[in-house]
Each structure stands twice: as C-alpha cells, then as structure tokens.
Design a binder for this molecule. Structure first.
Ligand code: COA
Length: 258
C-alpha cells in the first residue's frame, strides 16, 4: 500500500500529507500513529520551524475510519489507540501549524483545525462535525474550543445537526483565516508556512504557549475520551455504524435515551 501519511521536510517546513484518497483520507489507527509521530517530530526538532497539514484527493479527510469505529464498538479495537497520542501532541504543540483544506473536513478533520494556527480553505471547503449523527460526542477538546471560538448556538448546530459550514461562513466565524481557489491552495499555504518559518522561532513558541492553555486542553481531551468510549459502545452507535456499512440511513427512533 502507498504510504497514507507522507512527511517531507523542506527549508524548515514539515509538510504532512494525508493520502488515502480512494477512501477520502479516512483515518485509520496506523495513520493516526504516523500523524502523531510527525507532530512529535516537529515539536522536538529545532530544524522544523513550521508544520503544514494538507491532503491529497478531493477532500481533506472523511474523519475517523468508520469501519475501525465499528470494530472498537464491538470490542475488537487495537491495543493502542494512536488517535490519543495524535490529539495530545496537537494540544501540546509548540510548533506553529498551518493547514490547507480542500473539500470536506469531517469530524477530526475539522476538530484538528482548532489546534492549527493558520487555516487556509479552498472555495469548496466544508467543515462538518457529525459526531451526534454517529451517536458519538465531540473530541480533540472541541467540546471546549468550538463553542469558545464560534459561540454555543453555532457550535450546537455543527455538533448536533452536523450541518456543513461553508468556506465563507468558516472565515466569517473565525474558524479559518481566508479562502483561496483550489488551484492556489497548496502554494498559498506553503507561502504562509515559509513566512512563519522566517520569524524568530523562539518567540513564536513562547507566544503560542501563552495563547493556549495546553493543560486545560489535555484535561478536556481526557474527559471527552471517557464519554466517547461509553457512546462508542452504545446501541445507538452500533446502529449508526451498521447503517454506514449498509449504505442506508440510521433509525434511532426505536432506541430509548440512556
Ligand atoms: N470511514 C471509512 N470509509 C470511508 C469513510 C470513513 N469515515 N468515509 C468515506 N469512506 C469510504 C466509503 O465507504 C467509500 O468506500 P467504497 O468505495 O469502498 O464504498 C469511499 O470512501 C468513498 O466514499 P463515498 O461515500 O463514496 O464518497 P462521497 O464523496 O460520496 O461522500 C463523504 C464522502 C465523506 C460525505 C461520505 O463518505 C461520508 O459521509 N463518510 C463518513 C464521514 C463520517 O461520518 N466520518 C466520521 C466523523 S466522526
């Protein structure tokens, strides 16, 4: 299999590319492991002055691999869930992070952007957080960060109804810096990353530490994980994953609130 996460260091910028386009870059445990390694490397290596996330294919990512969610729900998940390491690395990151997003960014594809420092969207970008549609709850400290960023009612809409947010709305709400044409997305993101890489790195790191309460973010991720694991094992989630596998709409109406 082609490597689904590619990392390339060029002139101080570590570019990390999600590349599983036939599955819309749905993230597997192995991919989370490679993403976690890349962020850890960027945080630790002084040569790396900026990290840039991008994706191959027509969308940023369809989020967590739902087949793997289903396996975890049935108690057949991996020993070590690398997503936890990835989220922790993101929450505690001191390296500046740029993201270039085209097409849909689903689930963690959107919540990871809340840990990025400069977000560029292509015109066709859509941010979607359908956790409740999958009978799950938000993760990556997004239950704290999203309402802080865009207010409770918009965050509720995104989380509870899973309504897609357009590039224009995302920029207006402060979820992204600006939009560009799809053709220019990568070059524009690279330019931003190079600009950041030319700034004094010590100052940037110190500033980023002051701007983010990493301990609070990690604590939020820990609380979310417990609730998420509970929901993942629920009858509601099993119905959601079965519906995805069978390419049908889920029916939650026969399941009582619990
Ligand atoms: N997990 C596993 N496989 C996924 C996936 C995911 N999250 N998202 C897409 N895929 C797979 C599809 O099953 C399909 O596989 P197949 O060709 O073997 O049938 C392939 O990727 C292409 O997806 P498809 O649904 O045909 O593309 P689309 O452009 O019509 O729709 C999405 C794209 C993202 C809207 C749709 O795939 C989707 O809703 N995915 C689930 C998103 C989600 O809920 N993620 C979890 C968030 S917490």
């Amino acid at each position: 299999m082609m490597q689904a996460i590619k990392a390339e260091l060029l002139e101080g910028v570590l570019t990390v590319t999600m590349s599983r386009p036939d599955k819309k870059n749905a993230l597997t445990n192995e991919m989370y492991g490679a993403l976690a390694d890349a962020v850890a490397r960027a945080n630790a290596d002084d040569e790396i002055r900026a990290l840039l996330f991008q994706a191959d294919g027509d969308m940023f990512t369809a989020g967590n691999d739902i087949g793997e969610f289903a396996a975890q729900s049935a108690g057949n998940g991996p020993q070590e869930r690398h997503v936890e390491r990835f989220l922790r690395e993101l929450a505690t990151a001191t390296v500046p992070i740029v993201a270039a997003v085209q097409g849909k960014a689903v689930g963690v594809g959107t919540t990871m952007l809340l840990h990025c420092d400069y977000v560029l969207l292509s015109e066709d970008a859509q941010l979607i957080t359908p956790f409740v549609n999958l009978a799950l709850v938000p993760e990556a400290a997004s239950s704290l960060l999203l309402p802080l960023r865009i207010g409770h009612v918009r965050a509720f809409d995104m989380f509870a109804l899973g309504d897609p947010v357009s590039a224009d709305a995302a920029v207006a709400w402060g979820l992204a810096n600006r939009k560009t044409s799809a053709a220019e997305l990568r070059a524009e993101a690279r330019k931003v990353a190079e600009k950041i890489a030319a700034r004094p790195a010590g100052s940037l790191t110190a500033m980023k530490r002051l701007m983010r309460d990493a301990a609070q973010l990690v604590a939020q991720i820990d609380s979310e994980r417990t609730v998420f694991a509970d929901r993942l094992a629920s009858a509601e989630a099993k119905e959601a994953f079965a519906a995805f596998a069978e390419k049908r709409k889920p029916d939650f109406t026969k399941l009582a609130r619990q």
